[in-house]
Design a binder for this molecule. Structure first.
Ligand SMILES: Nc1nc2c(ncn2[C@@H]2O[C@H](COP(=O)(O)OP(=O)(O)OP(=O)(O)O)[C@@H](O)[C@H]2O)c(=O)[nH]1
Ligand SMILES: [Mg+2]
Length: 348
């Protein structure tokens, strides 16, 4: 999955990027023009446990590619054409909001305003595209379905709502997929707080407020502190975190929070060659889920053979699961569950 780290200047995007990827991109003032990219494995104990049993040649974790997209200041044209292009290319957004006092920015932080302003940026960018398209469609022959749909999108944006809160069916989504609207993308809000404020009352109040206003549960972190911790050796990291009363690294917490708020799950494929996780949206049916592996598998989908993870752990082999009646054969409409071990049969 590709996640764009977005937000206004000096909110701590690159600091968060470094924390998550373990890389060392330049932070601080005047580093606005560079887009950073890094890939991480999504930790998944289930893969390790299956591998212990079947000893595959390799384990392939799901991956998240982070793109750190610089942004301008709130109030101006924060996102130029190149930045918008970068954002269109990702599948989900992590919006970093500054809630710490910064020597680089005058005045006290105002995270709620920053959230509202950035949400507006996303909506306006989409609105401009839609308005232009509607104008052109008025002059040209075009798809009638699209002609009917676009004004609905525009109205939703004009009344102040991002496209992701509009009820769109699969046909609608297919019609507009080429536009890669940015207010349609699922979003995580990362509130970057001062080192001593991760669990403060003020932070908790802010989290609640954002939850009420946007229906999104934000994730609070002190990126600068976590970036320092991420530079330590693994054993030191653990000791340091447990001193702070934190059990997981920022990366682990971020990934968990991202999967929960983007409503993602993983299914697993296994064999002597590899044990591997594939990320999909919750409530995806088996045929569509096959696309994560290859679009040919979706096109030629015949059936899915399913073993729940817990059954595999209990019976410890595919054959034993079958003998115990724990392996099922499912059709294209089966809703894939988190941790399902699948064999997808297809005509390819
Ligand atoms: N005190 C404190 N400083 C932070 C924190 N996170 C980032 N900073 C500092 O804020 C400054 C800006 O951080 P960056 O990560 O470069 O911000 P950015 O969002 O990438 O900024 P641009 O790329 O210019 O848009 C750096 O000096 C960081 O060290 C934090 O949690 N607490
Ligand atoms: Mg930066």
């Amino acid at each position: 999955m590709r996640v764009g780290i977005v937000g206004f200047a000096s909110s701590g995007k690159t600091t968060l990027f470094n924390t998550l990827t373990g890389l060392d991109a330049d932070t601080g003032f005047g580093r606005k023009d560079k887009v950073n990219t890094g890939v991480i494995d999504v930790p998944d104990e289930r893969l390790d446990k299956i591998a212990e049993i079947i000893n595959p040649r390799r384990i392939v974790y799901a991956k998240i590619t982070f793109t750190d997209v610089p942004g301008g200041s709130s109030g101006g044209n924060a996102l130029d054409a190149q930045m918008l292009q970068e954002i269109r290319n990702v599948e989900a957004l992590a919006h970093v909001v500054r809630a710490f006092q910064s020597p680089l920015v005058a005045g006290a932080p105002d995270p709620l305003k920053e959230i509202r302003d950035f949400q507006d940026e996303l909506k306006i960018a989409d609105q401009i595209i839609i308005e232009r398209r509607i104008e052109r469609l008025a002059r040209e022959k075009g798809n009638e379905l699209e002609k009917a749909l676009l004004p609905r999108l525009l109205e939703h944006l004009e009344s102040g709502h991002p496209l992701r809160t509009l009820d769109l069916n699969e046909q609608d989504l297919n019609l507009i997929s080429g536009y890669r609207f940015i207010s349609l993308k699922p979003i995580i809000i990362v509130i970057n707080v001062a080192e001593d404020a991760v669990t403060s009352d003020e932070t908790n109040a802010l989290i609640q407020k954002v939850q009420q206003e946007l229906g999104i549960t934000p994730f609070a972190i002190s990126a600068a502190l976590e970036a320092e911790i991420a530079q330590l050796e693994p054993e030191e990291q653990e000791a340091f975190l447990s001193d702070l009363g934190i059990t997981d690294t920022a990366r682990d917490r971020f990934v968990q929070s991202a999967y929960a708020s983007l409503d993602l799950i993983s299914y697993i494929t296994q064999g002597v060659e590899e044990v591997r996780a594939w990320t999909i949206k919750r409530d995806t049916h088996a045929k569509r889920a096959a696309r994560a592996i290859h679009s040919d598998l979706e096109r030629g989908f015949i059936r899915a053979e399913v073993i729940p993870f817990d059954a595999f752990m209990h019976y410890r082999s595919e054959q034993a699961c079958k003998d115990a009646g724990k392996a099922r054969v499912e059709g294209k409409d089966y809703i894939v569950q988190d941790g399902d071990i699948l064999h997808i049969r297809a005509n390819v």
